[in-house]
Ligand binder design. Structure first.
Ligand SMILES: Cc1cc2nc3c(=O)[nH]c(=O)nc-3n(C[C@H](O)[C@H](O)[C@H](O)COP(=O)(O)OP(=O)(O)OC[C@H]3O[C@@H](n4cnc5c(N)ncnc54)[C@H](O)[C@@H]3O)c2cc1C
Length: 505
């Protein structure tokens, strides 16, 4: 009997026959994420329903030295939620999808981590006075889970300019450690405390050890977040950004975004689509069809703002728009038909759809390889130059790989930085091109890291490794990571290979 067959029976005893499988089609369907390059086929897939079940599975995995990969919605774009090369066991947490507590007094919600962001927000909307989590997940929030968002430091599914990444709204966690112990972080680490209400206290911020960890330090099972009443009033507007005499569109938009952020204006969200992206969207039609009728040339900037009274809202709009007006940006009309994508973003759940327009640009037979990152707002023109230069110097390689290019769009993140979201769009996604695509993709990531000091936030398989390979992490820092990983996961069973950890010790 192989090790895997041996654990199969033990795991079946924990979760029941229905929730474990070694069927080839099922394992294959868990072998990839939304990127088209990175694959790793698990030997077993398990769908537990409690932290206790996960704890028992991890204890068995330690005894039998079985590799574990945690998985939420599988919407990762960098190969994080499937094994790196070696099979093992994928733990799918999406059966753990309940809201456990809405604490209106402390304004904190506690959930099981397998719930999706859109489901969480939809349910919160109907509770009490109507709530939301401020930062409402990644743009993939229709399928991505709370656990995946916390593990990837996600941001981009709404509320980013006002509330930052989802990890910043996290109050505390329940985590199963790689060796199977279950702990709370946040206020509930005090076993005499009934409810999570603050993340900080009781010594170091141990929630932080598991936030953005891409599943290398433990498996999150519960999470608590700050709650915010749904704003009663919202406004949104969209601008066209063309070249002016002395300034490129990117320079003009950078000036406006810097002023918006440095004056701490109450922007809920703002997004900038560069001219090339707008040209493509204009041709594509669909939700972006109005761009053609509104005769938009150049780039597009939209914002949303919220308030609790009409008067406050008007004040917000006045201050936000004054800066745009002073910069002589052309404001489009109020309706979506006139090009007001801010309206679509806020009122029609565009916050969980805008990225599909980006990643879906090249169609179903094409490939997408993400490399989103954070950068200081003033650095946007440097990134535009980086992408232009990188595309020029890689034109031959891209052609040999079936065609494609690096591109991005931009959104504002609280308090004063931007997310440069995007990466590579390849025109073909044939399996035989994967090796070439991997090489080109990694080259772009390393260029972002080294040439502009980019701060990536999902690491998956490729980005964590590129960080190590690029030499960005000092020896002291990397040794510190190894020390923590070894202490938590002495057998290296949890997500081995990410950052090369677990492979090298
Ligand atoms: C169309 C599209 C748009 C996207 N937009 C954004 C965006 O705006 N912002 C953004 O940040 N990302 C975005 N992404 C990338 C990705 O979807 C998000 O990072 C998302 O948060 C992943 O959640 P998930 O539940 O799908 O996680 P998975 O893909 O299942 O997992 C992501 C990582 O977290 C680990 N993990 C998952 N659950 C747990 C757990 N319970 N405990 C420990 N580790 C765990 C996995 O091992 C993996 O490394 C987008 C992807 C797509 C396809």
């Amino acid at each position: 009997m192989t090790e895997i067959q041996n654990v199969y029976e033990k795991i079946e005893n924990i979760v029941g026959t229905k929730y474990v499988s070694d069927s080839k089609p099922i394992c294959y369907s868990y072998s990839m994420n939304c990127d088209t390059v990175l694959q790793g086929i698990p030997d077993l897939v398990v769908r537990p329903i409690t932290a206790q079940e996960i704890s028992e599975i991890l204890k068995i995995a330690n005894q039998d030295k079985i590799i574990i990969t945690p998985r939420g919605g599988g919407a990762d774009l960098t190969g994080g939620a499937k094994p790196i090369g070696k099979g093992g066991l994928v733990i799918d947490v999406t059966r753990m999808n309940k809201i456990l507590d809405v604490d209106e007094k402390n304004q904190v919600v506690t959930v099981e981590v397998g719930i999706s962001w859109s489901e969480l927000c939809e349910q919160l909307r109907h509770i009490g006075i109507g709530y939301y989590t401020g930062s409402t997940g990644p743009a993939s929030g229709f399928s991505a889970t709370v656990g995946g968002g916390l593990s990837n430091n996600s941001v981009g599914g709404g509320g980013a300019a006002m509330y930052g990444a989802v990890t910043e709204q996290c109050v505390g966690l329940e985590v199963v450690l790689p060796t199977g112990e279950i702990i709370y972080t946040g206020a509930k680490a005090n076993s005499f405390t009934e409810k999570q209400f603050t993340r900080f206290g009781l010594g170091p911020d141990y929630s932080g050890l598991f936030l953005g960890d891409v599943g290398i330090h433990g498996i999150k099972t519960k999470a608590s977040f700050h709650l915010y009443p749904l704003p009663e009033y919202a406004a949104f507007n969209t601008y066209e950004i063309k070249k002016a005499k002395d300034k490129t569109p990117s320079e003009r938009v950078t000036d406006v975004m810097i002023q918006w952020q440095q004056n701490h204006l109450p922007l809920h969200d703002f997004y900038y689509y560069p001219p090339t992206f707008v040209t493509i969207l204009r041709g594509g039609g669909g939700i972006f069809g109005p761009l053609k009728d509104a005769k938009v040339r150049g780039g597009l900037l939209y914002y949303t703002t919220v308030a609790n009274t009409q008067k406050d809202l008007e004040h917000n709009v006045e201050r936000i728009e004054k800066i745009a007006k002073d910069a002589e940006l052309r404001q489009l009309g109020d309706t979506l038909e006139e090009g007001n994508f801010g309206k679509w973003f806020y009122e029609e759940e565009g916050r969980w759809q805008w990225a599909y327009a980006y990643w879906g640009l090249t169609g179903t037979s094409a490939g997408t390889c993400g490399s989103c990152l954070k950068c200081p707002t003033y650095q946007l023109p440097d990134y535009i130059k980086l992408y232009d230069d990188w595309n020029k110097r890689n034109v031959n390689k891209l052609n040999e790989a079936g065609g494609g290019s690096a591109s991005f769009i931009v959104f504002g993140v609280y308090p004063t930085y931007l997310d440069i979201t995007g990466g590579l769009l390849f025109m073909k996604s044939d399996p035989e091109l994967r090796e070439k695509h991997y090489e080109i993709w990694k080259d772009l990531i390393i260029a972002q890291i080294k040439e502009t000091g980019g701060i990536h936030y999902w690491m998956g398989e490729i980005i964590g490794r590129a960080l190590v390979d690029s030499g960005a992490l000092t020896e002291e820092y990397y040794n510190f990571m190894i020390t923590i990983k070894k202490a938590l996961d002495p057998n290296g069973i949890l997500s081995p290979g990410k950052f090369y950890l677990g492979d090298k010790y």
